[in-house]
Design a protein around this ligand. Structure first.
Ligand SMILES: [Zn+2]
Length: 354
């Protein structure tokens, strides 16, 4: 039996923060709160840190599953950032054995194709059948930059196909031929709209945030999908956050292109830092990277921290670690402090420590 204690941290229970310790035994959380009477093989001092369930990244692109030019090595990208589970948002290879071998828990959204303003689902069906129950949805690049899209029709076809199969639709929302609100109208509750803070045509603040308001009303999930600064306009982001238009889920859209942007570093703790810089309460930030994505993806234990539950844990610290990102329009978001990961535990095993 292996016992691990994480002591003196601020523990996020999915809603609130409390001071206390965590006892992990045989891969499970054996106690939360005062566990001072219990001996451990290893004790990690989390004084000044936030202890939560392992982080869940709603939007990633993994090597071997996603397209070759984007894919990043899953465990190398996630574990040093406290991410223990993630959703691949553009699976084009039917590589289930490969995805099963990753330490990071994962589900996939299968890629869809659009040609001549029509949905083509041959590749999608192949990928879906390869991943079986690991496939939670389909991904649509509803982007006129890369695809021959002229109307809402192909999106309607894809949403209909996904619904029939009991799957979600996740829509990439940049360079769309229609306003964002029209996309939200087409989606069903539980479907996902990603890159909501992009600054290209049809941004989210069009018609006084009509897309945002409708999504909240309908239960369409708004995912940040920051991609560093690639799919984020920081002026729009700041305006939205200041007016309380916060995403349901904070995600990276991490790829091998965005992770080490201009020689820097980028990952979920940095994306979370964007919100802290703008004064968003930490409860909201942590919820958007733990319980909410777990629930949206229908993965029972993802992002959950409770006695008797699996011990997937992230310990993050906010310290003097500056970042400065500048978007395509020249807006910069920067801070001299940011979050970084100090400890990642999966199934009770320490897989990263700083
Ligand atoms: Zn993406």
């Amino acid at each position: 039996m292996y016992r691990l204690k994480i002591v003196n941290g601020r523990i996020f229970d999915g809603e609130h923060f409390t001071e206390g310790d965590l006892l992990i035994e045989d891969g499970m959380i054996a106690g939360i709160g005062d566990v001072s009477g219990r001996k451990a093989d290893y004790t990690f001092d989390a004084a000044g840190d936030i202890v939560s369930a392992g982080l869940v990244d709603m939007h990633v692109h993994f090597e071997g599953i996603s397209t070759d030019i984007y894919g990043i090595s899953a465990d190398a990208a996630c574990l040093p950032d406290g991410v223990t589970a993630a959703a691949e948002c553009g699976a084009e290879k039917g590589n289930k054995a490969f995805s099963d071998a990753m330490k990071v828990k994962n589900v996939i959204f299968a890629i869809t194709d659009i040609r001549k303003d029509k949905a083509v689902l041959t590749r999608t069906k192949k990928v879906l059948s390869a991943y079986r129950d690991k496939a939670v949805g389909v991904k649509v690049y509803y982007d006129t930059g890369g695809w021959d899209i002229r109307s809402i029709d192909p999106l309607q076809e894809i949403v209909g196909f996904a619904k029939e199969k009991g799957l979600k639709t996740c829509v990439h929302s940049t360079h769309t031929p229609v306003p964002m609100v029209k996309i939200v109208e087409t989606l069903s509750p539980g479907d996902i709209l990603t890159h909501i803070y992009h600054g290209y045509e049809h941004p989210v603040d069009e018609d006084d945030f009509a897309a945002f308001r409708l999504a909240k009303e309908k239960g369409v999930i708004l995912d940040a999908g920051h991609a560093g600064e690639v799919h984020t306009n920081f002026a729009l982001f700041r305006k939205a956050v200041e007016r309380g238009f916060l995403p349901d889920t904070i995600s990276t859209d991490i790829t091998c292109l965005s992770a080490y942007l201009r020689g820097g570093y980028y990952g979920l703790p940095m994306a979370m830092s964007f919100y802290r810089t703008l004064g968003v309460p930490e409860e909201m930030i942590w919820k958007a990277v733990t319980v909410t994505p777990g629930e949206v993806l229908h993965q029972k234990d993802w992002g959950q921290l409770y006695a008797g539950g699996p011990a997937d844990i992230a310990v993050l610290h906010r310290g003097k670690r500056p970042y400065a990102l500048t978007d395509a329009a020249g807006n910069t978001l920067k801070d001299s402090f940011s979050y970084f990961c100090r400890l990642t535990v999966m199934n009770g095993q320490v897989l990263f420590k700083r």
